[in-house]
Design a protein around this ligand. Sequence first.
Ligand code: PMP
Length: 359
Amino acid sequence: MTRCYNFCAGPAALPQVVLEKARDEMLDWHGAGLSIMEMSHRSPEVVGVAQRAEADLRELLGISDDYAVLFLQGGASTQFAAVPLNLAGENDLADYVNTGQWSKKAIAEGRRFTRVNVAASSEDSNFSTIPPRESWQLSADAAYLHYTPNETIGGVEYFWVPEASAPLVVDMSSTILSRPVNVADYGVIYAGAQKNIGPAGLTLVIVRRDLLGRAGDKCPAMLNWQTAADNDSMYNTPPTFALYLAGLVFEWLKEQGGLAAMERLNRRKAGKLYAAIDSSAFYANPVEVQSRSLMNVPFTLADDALDKQFLAEADAAGLLNLKGHRSVGGMRASIYNAVGEDAVDALIAFMQDFEQRNG
Ligand code: PMP
């Protein structure tokens, strides 16, 4: 068996030991004579898996009892609608900061349900910057302030938390669990699972309990955070297998030394890759240096006529999914937690070799 290096933006690489454990437990989970995915979500086995996953996640992120942890479905995209439906009425005002394609989608969906003020945007710089906090035009009475701490497509990441009087609502899909965060800074954190949490199909919402119970009557039960919290995320059938796998990922993260250890590793990986890009006239990354993502590293070749060849040769060398998002072109290496330093080293060696042959 050969496992390739996988730089996919999501669904992304999973730790090999997690996949092996899932394989070993596939037919007979802990002697139950069944797979975990064949069991009732109300069974003590599955409830136990969900409770352990939540406890481990709380430990990893330092989530206090002031917050509910919800395991939902529908991806981060469903939360683009759930956020206004849970926090703002039609005539309320919500502030959004636009730093890229995912912010834009959140804004467009938000507009269906509430009044949106785009407080700042980096569209003028082609989303290669984060507008400085001093430039944000926040509303006096916003129901919440929404922003995207890591733009997966543009590779732009906040390394600071904005001050604001409204609760901060953040789409952490592509940065969650990559480094420690202070959960108490936020009102709501949400994320699709398929980068650093587990497989697709699971969506995480961490919500400060005082923000529950604000949804209007028209909010569908499946989007209502209060309903999910009241039912321990089992109002309907949750994605039990995805939740089980996420639990294995959380255990793995604890074994790695938790999020402080992941941050050290992730900074080293990203630092090497950006250094390789910056030291070459052949490769370029457009993002302002202080906002470069630790997880998603877009880069271009000096001559985009070479893109196809670069990707074909990378594939042949076992370096997969380096194609940039269809909206921006070029390349993108997503280097989430489960992408080891060996993968980054192999990518850099390939890039240097490719440049030597074609530069
Ligand atoms: N937000 C961000 C930052 C993302 O990276 C993605 C997916 N790549 C989404 C939202 C959409 O997530 P989903 O596919 O889970 O709806």
